[in-house]
Design a protein around this ligand. Structure first.
Ligand SMILES: Cc1cc2nc3c(=O)[nH]c(=O)nc-3n(C[C@H](O)[C@H](O)[C@H](O)COP(=O)(O)O)c2cc1C
Length: 425
């Protein structure tokens, strides 16, 4: 299996700048600045089929093409390393092992976009990742890969690291922009989208860490080679899947995009733990719908997981076994989202705690049959929230209703949790 992002890395250790240089680090940037135009770099990203790794899977080259080239004033690139989605830790693993890939990827993206100032928005608590980035940026400056007139090309770039004060909503791109401007981190109305009017009112691209870290390999290996590292012709590239739950190996694995769920669990994850039988998983971070045993043959790619009724999201897979109470799991997730609602819009601020209390009633054995209908109504109602936080939060609730309505009904009719004494959640 081809390794692109985790190649040359060692668990628990950060690749030094010199080690990165010795394995062709900054060759892609050097080649691009000396032999390619910005438009050619952008075209390579389009041809590669790279889709954003931050959760929505939006095609990266297409997003870049929305940035107007003729507006006066600066443009910005922001790297989103907020990573507060429960079950997701891929960006942290990457930055703790090889921050230089992101620095080089951002330099290439900025060259393509005509950006001279870019920012990395790092999650509160990711101290090591932020420190690694600062060191890498300083070393890149000393070696002439950042700063003014890079490698005599006329292209200049400064990268800044910003550490978040720590809220889940800061990962939403427009809330992130507000936070970076020093304002309260509420989402903004879209349109205008950040590509037109973003940071300080200027055109701004927001991309995830993993998205940007793939760009050096697209330039060095070529878009077609990069695309074909996927497991299926429809997919493109590799993906960092971070695994947790009842499997033997819980770790962050770089795997071909499009590998089936079953092959991921039986292969790199080493199967289920002794005594555990697969019941269900969250495929892409806490805001995605459950996938069951019937989905083991689903290729883990954006469109195929969407067709199966869920989302690939961040690739943060959480696996649960037969002892798990899905009402308790869903309640646990909803408690997180209700706490993290920024409070800006009523459906999210009032709706998520209401859903939480409904699930609390059911889980503790005080639920009524109509509580299940109330949950169903709220799945649809919360689609009318201001941003994607509340609809995402309702993903697991929707999954609970679609796949585990029998468990909900059992709680209500038995007036207790049928898993009490056995469940591990
Ligand atoms: C509530 C919420 C939280 C989000 N958190 C993150 C995050 O931590 N990291 C991230 O890259 N994208 C996050 N996103 C998605 C971003 O808004 C944006 O789509 C993404 O950074 C774009 O990068 P990409 O195109 O490279 O995927 C979040 C979205 C929402 C609605």
């Amino acid at each position: 299996m081809e390794q692109i992002l985790l190649k040359h890395t060692r668990p628990g250790q950060c690749l030094t700048f010199d080690e990165y240089r010795s394995v062709a680090g900054f060759v892609a940037l050097t080649n691009a600045l000396t032999t390619m135009t910005p438009a050619e770099v952008q075209q390579s990203v389009i041809d590669s089929g790279l889709r954003g790794r931050g959760g929505a899977g939006f095609p990266t080259g297409k997003k870049w093409s929305f940035v107007p080239r003729d507006l006066p004033g600066p443009r910005y690139l922001i790297c989103n390393c907020d990573e507060m989605e429960p079950g997701t830790y891929k960006d942290r693993v990457l930055l703790e092992r090889n921050p230089h890939l992101l620095v080089e990827g951002m330099a290439l993206a900025c060259y393509a976009l005509g950006v001279q100032h870019a920012f990395i928005f790092v999650r509160h608590g990711y101290e090591q990742a932020a420190e690694n980035l600062r060191c890498s940026i300083a070393a890149a400056h000393l070696s002439g890969f950042l700063g003014s007139n890079i490698l005599g090309s006329g292209f200049s770039l400064e990268l800044g690291v910003h550490q978040s004060a720590g809220r889940y909503i800061c990962g939403e791109e427009t809330a992130l922009i507000n936070a970076l401007e020093g304002k309260r981190a509420n989402p903004r109305v879209k349109p205008p989208f950040p590509a037109i009017k973003g940071l300080w009112g200027q055109p701004t691209v927001v991309n995830n860490v993993e998205t940007l870290a793939n760009i050096p390999a697209i330039i060095t290996g070529g878009p077609l080679w990069w695309k074909n590292t996927a497991a299926t012709p429809e997919a493109a590239g590799t993906k960092l899947f971070c695994i947790s739950g009842h499997v033997v190996n819980t770790d962050c694995f770089e795997l071909p995009l499009g590998m089936t769920l079953g092959d991921i669990i039986d292969g790199p994850c080493g199967g289920m733990r002794p005594g555990s039988i697969f019941k269900v998983c969250i495929p892409g971070g806490a805001s995605t719908q459950y996938l069951t045993g019937a989905h083991r043959d689903v290729p883990m790619d954006f469109d195929t997981v969407a067709k199966a009724g869920s989302r690939l999201g961040t690739g943060g897979i959480i696996v649960f076994d037969q002892t798990t109470c899905m009402v308790a799991v869903t309640l646990n997730l909803i408690r997180f989202f209700a706490r993290e609602s920024c409070g800006w819009c009523t459906p999210c601020r009032e709706g998520l705690p209401f859903v939480q209390h409904t699930l609390e009633r059911i889980e503790s054995g005080r639920g009524e049959p109509q509580d299940i209908d109330i949950l169903r109504e709220h799945v649809h109602m919360l689609n009318y929230a201001f941003c994607a936080l509340a609809p995402g939060a309702m993903g697991p609730v929707d999954g609970l209703l679609n796949h585990f309505e029998d468990e909900l009904r059992e709680h209500v009719s038995a007036q207790r949790c049928p898993f009490k004494g056995v469940h591990t959640c």
